[in-house]
Design a protein around this ligand. Structure first.
Ligand code: ATP
Length: 641
């Protein structure tokens, strides 16, 4: 399919071999992807585009790298964190300056359209131009986006507006739409990052096929495509950095890339995650006859600690953010826990706040810490690292060793430093009574409950970026029958009544569908907040108010008084999910209607999560169905606005 689409994606006469990739070609591919809702078609278009990039740029890694980054709307690997996400007011200013329209006109168009990209494109196209600007190309656009992202300090706003204005002036046809959306930080073409990886794998396989002539049978091609995709997924989950993966792919091909790209200290991998369970019985059912271990589920922040051969140490968050500036104390503490046998390593751990006696403190204590530029002398609350996994040691990746072996190596090569470094407390017993007692002690010690993990066989290998059934979490909240916990983005607000008219009194929450790249409204939450909390949330959310709902929010029938930029994530507990005629979450997964939370309860702000880490619709559908089974059938109604 992708081969047939090559011609459609091409821009005749405008893209020659050896020349930089025209931005018009990328914008054309984006338009075609946006125009279809079919996932396979989206991937085929993208594959065709990437294949053309490989061929026309004669295997130049830089061209393919820029194309892939622009497709996932990034400028660097996550851990380097050069980010777009330019504020709306800056973009509106640049559109006004570049098209000669007034700010008021642009704002009113935005209210109608809900998409600044579209507004920019229409504004440009209604403008009369005397001569055609020089066509944009990928290296130029990429460099400009990077310059904008890196501009800081004095008068940076004016500098950014000036670069964006010039970029817009050079845009033709649909280009302005995608330039603006890239700058906003959301492409909204319904193209998940996973599909870009699949398209890249397929383009590499097809490039190989084109090179050797068309001698492959349909079966052989299908097998190669499937294998290629698997290989790329495996490689990228160990080494999530296109900076490394793409040059290796072009050099060694699909067959050789595994050899070239392995877990590397310094490049954080996406952590393995766990599935929730509601009772010890459920754990025993799932792990029946298998060997497993229970570990304390510490209430802190995930910390992936890396040490390179040269002694450099780095700490990365759950989202691969570099946390060394948040934890300078941890950086100082680390060398003490390493035995002389250790040269390089990657540890998976939880950083937990502790008091002077080493007693565990709740996550809130840690979340008060600034995320950057923390000075050791200013630190009030100490942090202790609880290591639960070893993923790499002295030049060797350990992902495909059993947890039992990894744990043994961890305990052999590292040492406890009281109050600073310890191994996650564990118990390998499989009797219900002992698990129950261990769970109770964990909660008494200040933990959230237990993590239950497979110990041996290939089922216990470390699975980067997977929410795996081989790791189960048993949280005390679930056990108390309080229900499911979800992480939801705050997308709207309702003004308070009575005494609360100067703050928001209630909030509209949404889940996030990563495939469709959209937020889906799920419930209104407004009870149980203290006056203080409402003040705090007002200060947090007011700066995120938008003139109109964003185009990537599936609203359903919700009608908040104000819309927010989806940025803030809250953990919310619900004992009851119901089908709803109003909210949009998981529509079509269980039924036409969406799913809503009844009686949602606010637990905490999750500032270690981004809006697009919010719980997904499949998980919500799963929770709903699990509950229906328990209660003997689906429930109706619910979810008033
Ligand atoms: P939540 O933290 O709300 O449970 P999550 O989506 O961040 O959800 P989960 O996979 O659901 O992640 O739960 C695992 C998290 O628990 C890890 O990300 C880690 O931060 C923390 N944790 C604490 N102790 C352990 C442990 N012994 N093993 C693994 N993870 C642990």
């Amino acid at each position: 399919d992708a081969l047939q689409r090559k011609e459609e994606v091409d821009i005749p006469g405008g893209w020659k071999v050896g020349q930089p990739v025209p931005y018009a070609a990328l914008a054309k591919a984006f338009s075609m992807i946006e125009a279809t809702t079919k996932r396979l078609e989206k991937t085929a278009i993208l594959t065709a585009f990437l294949l053309l990039v490989i061929e026309r740029s004669e295997n130049n890694p830089e061209s393919l790298l820029q194309a892939v980054y622009l497709c996932i709307n990034r400028l660097s690997p996550d851990y380097i964190g050069i980010e777009l996400g330019i504020g709306e007011s800056l973009l509106i200013k640049a559109i006004a300056e570049s098209t000669g329209r007034t700010l008021a006109l642009i704002k009113s168009d935005l209210k109608k359209e809900g998409d600044l990209g579209l507004v920019a494109m229409n504004s440009k196209n209604s403008q009369k131009t005397l001569f055609k600007p020089k066509p944009l190309n990928l290296p130029f656009v990429f460099a400009k986006l990077k310059e904008i992202a890196l501009t800081s300090g004095n008068s940076s706003q004016a500098k950014k507006v000036s670069i964006i204005t010039k970029l817009l002036a050079a845009c033709q046809d649909v280009e302005a739409k995608y330039i603006i959306r890239s700058l906003e930080g959301k492409l909204r073409i319904g193209n998940a990052e996973r599909s870009v990886l699949v398209a890249l794998a397929q383009a590499a396989v097809l490039a190989e096929k084109e090179k050797v002539g068309k001698k492959w049978s349909q079966e052989k091609l299908a097998t190669r495509l499937e294998q290629g995709t698997e290989v790329m997924k495996a490689v990228y989950s160990e080494l999530p950095s296109y900076d490394q993966v793409i040059p290796a792919l072009l050099k060694a091909g699909i067959d050789g890339i595994r050899q070239e790209c392995k877990l590397t200290p310094g490049v954080p991998l996406k952590p393995m995650l766990a599935k929730p369970t509601k009772a010890i019985g459920e754990v025993l059912d799932r792990f029946e006859g298998k060997r497993f271990t229970c570990e304390y589920k510490y209430d802190g922040e995930r910390a992936q600690v890396h040490r390179l051969e040269d002694g450099t140490v780095g700490v990365f968050s759950r989202n691969s953010e570099d946390m060394s500036k948040k934890y300078p104390d941890l950086m100082e503490q680390l060398p003490k826990c390493i035995k002389p046998s250790v040269k390089s390593f990657v540890i998976d751990a939880e950083a937990v706040a502790v008091d002077k006696e080493g007693k565990l403190l709740p996550f809130q204590e840690l979340s008060r810490r600034k995320r950057k530029d923390v000075k050791v002398e200013d630190i009030q609350v100490r942090v202790c690292l609880f290591a639960f996994d070893l993923l790499y040691l002295n030049g060797e990746p350990l992902l495909q060793k059993t947890l039992e072996d990894r744990r043994k190596l961890l305990r052999e090569h590292f040492q406890i430093v009281p109050g600073e470094f310890d191994f996650a407390k564990s118990s390998d017993s499989s009797s219900t009574e002992e698990i129950q007692t261990f769970l109770e002690t964990s909660v008494k010690d200040g933990c959230e409950g237990l993590m239950v993990k497979m110990l041996d066989s290939s089922a216990s290998y470390y699975e980067p970026s997977r929410r795996s059934v081989n790791w189960l979490k048993l949280k005390k909240d679930y056990l108390a029958g309080l229900g499911d916990s979800l992480d939801l983005a705050v997308v709207g607000g309702y003004y308070g009544k009575g005494k609360r008219t100067n703050v928001y009194g209630a909030f509209l929450l949404a889940c996030y569908d990563a495939d469709a790249e959209e937020f889906q409204t799920i419930c209104k939450i407004g009870t149980g907040f203290s006056e203080e909390a409402l003040q705090e949330f007002y200060a947090m959310l007011k700066p995120l108010e938008l003139p109109a709902v964003r185009g990537d929010v599936k609203v359903g029938g919700a009608k908040p008084d104000v819309w927010f930029e989806p940025k803030v994530v809250w953990e919310v507990l619900t004992a009851d999910l119901s089908l709803s005629p109003i909210y949009a979450a998981a529509q079509g997964l269980v039924e036409e209607r969406g799913i809503s939370l009844r009686f949602p309860r606010f637990i905490r702000v999750r500032d270690d999560k981004d809006a697009d880490d919010a719980t997904g619709p499949e998980q919500i559908a799963e929770m709903y169905e699990r509950q229906s089974v328990v209660q003997g059938g689906g429930k109706k109604g619910g979810g008033d606005d």
